[in-house]
Each structure stands twice: as C-alpha cells, then as structure tokens.
Write a new protein. Structure first.
Length: 270
C-alpha cells in the first residue's frame, strides 16, 4: 500500500559536515525534511522507494538490488557521515518483473548508493536527531534513464503502481531531484535566462495535482536541458505511480538562494 509520496532535493550542502555554515542557507529545506522524517516514522513505513537521476550513463531505468546499502560522502570530502541500510530484495525483484519486458530494466547489486539517493536517505533515516528515533525502513533505489523521455518514466510508474497496490507493505516513495541549476549568476550551471520561468511553471503545474500532470510531461526537453534540471524524470516516474489516485500537493518549501531550485513537496494521498 502506498502511504506517502514526496519530491525532495539532494543538495550536498544539506549535509552539515559538507555544507558547514552554508547549511543554514537551506534552513527551510532542512525543516521540511525533518517534517517528512516524522511522517515516515508515524506511518511506520516498511519500505522506502527512492527515485534518483544520478547513476552515470544510465541508458534505461535500473534497480540497485543490494542487501546492504552503504551511504557515505567521501566523494565530497566528508569521511564522518555514514549510514548502512537494508535493501528490500523481494519487492525490488517484483518491480523488475512487473516492468519486464515492456522496459529494458537493469537490475544490479551495488553496495554504494549514488549521491542522489544517499543525501535524502541520510537526512531522513540517520539518527541525527535524538528527539526522533531512527526509522528502520528497507530501501529500494530506482535510477532513472538518461536516454528516455518524461512520458517513458511516467508509463513505468503506472506499472509500478499496480504492484504497490497489491503489496501489504507500507510504502513511501521519494522523487529525489532538483529543478534548474542556473537561477543566478553564481549558480553551478551558470545563468540561464529562462531558468526562473522553468521553475515557476513546473511548480505551478505540480500544484494543480493530477490536472497538472500533462503539463509536466509536455515540458520542452530543450528548455529542461537549458535549465540543467535533474528532477523531471524522477518526478515523472513518481507521477506515474500516483496516476488516477486522489491527491493534493503541498509545497512544503522552495529555495533558490544557491542558484539551484530546491523543491520539497508532499503529495497528500486521500
């Protein structure tokens, strides 16, 4: 049963040992993630599915089906922030079977999670707040394709939804991604004049709930490329999982101070 669904950012600045004083700039985002953590605990989530765009050269959708996922940030110079999580091998394999042969799904076992998954997972599942007990959810990592379009991912999500309806596990799904990386002249992707428009239109479409889904799927790929976004494929797959369900969206926070559109949004399932 699908109980919770969110869009979350994955800025390394959110990790205190990486961002240091700059982490405070994303205070609203950190507060939103803390609220999500509480909801995951209250709902007693059995399995957390996270959709990430950051597996390099990923031609098709893939699943990381490892029994022990290692979360660390050594690539960012942080050798202290670490976490080990258990993979849900059973449900992961069922997702693979549901998608095959319509999708050339790739399943592999890598102990090291990609950073698009690692950052939200660490912030949501580590025991970094003594007031909140640690959540012992199992994890499934789905990596989006860099080759296929938004509609392709939406259709894959529709098939995954059918499987999630049948499971008696309590499921949460996170789409990990960010909007434009070109929102100001200090942005990591440089400045793109249409970046602000891209973020505003994307958020406005998401706020419409199910009525805004066609607008998301029809976003001009050239505009998305110019904005240097990394969130539309994970979001499209999530929207497929939510297709025909009754939900409203709650824009928990949106920050752009660092030149990157960090959106945190809840899909309130009825």
């Amino acid at each position: 049963m699908l109980s919770l669904a969110f869009i979350v950012p994955h800025s390394p600045i959110l990790i205190p040992n990486i961002g240091k004083q700059n982490t405070r700039i994303l205070k609203k985002t950190s507060e939103s993630l803390a609220k999500i953590k509480k909801e995951l605990i209250e709902k007693k989530i059995d399995t957390l599915i996270i959709i990430s765009p950051h597996k390099k050269n990923n031609l098709d959708i893939s699943l990381n089906n490892h029994f022990n996922l290692e979360i660390n940030f050594e690539e960012f110079g942080d050798y202290l922030s670490k976490l080990n999580l258990n993979g849900d091998l059973e449900l992961s394999y069922k997702i693979k079977e549901e998608l095959w042969p319509d999708f050339d799904i790739n399943i592999e076992a890598k102990s090291k999670a990609d950073y698009g998954s690692s950052i939200p997972l660490y912030l949501l599942l580590s025991d970094n707040n003594q007031k909140i007990k640690n959540l012992k959810s199992k994890i499934i990592i789905i990596n989006t394709s860099s080759h296929h379009d938004f509609s392709y991912h939406f259709t894959a999500g529709q098939k995954i939804q059918r499987l999630l309806k049948e499971t008696d596990k309590n499921i949460a799904v996170l789409a990990s991604g960010e909007l434009s990386h070109c929102l100001n002249h200090n942005a990591p992707g440089g400045f793109f004049q249409k970046a602000i428009m891209f973020d505003e239109k994307t958020i406005e479409s998401l706020k419409k709930g199910p009525l805004g889904v066609p607008d998301i799927l029809k976003i001009d790929p050239k505009l998305a490329l110019g904005a240097k976004e990394c969130g539309l494929r994970p979001i499209s797959l999530l929207l497929g999982i939510l297709d025909n369900l009754d939900y409203q969206t709650d824009n928990m926070s949106y920050q752009k101070e660092l030149g990157v559109g960090c959106l945190t949004m809840k899909f309130d399932l009825k």
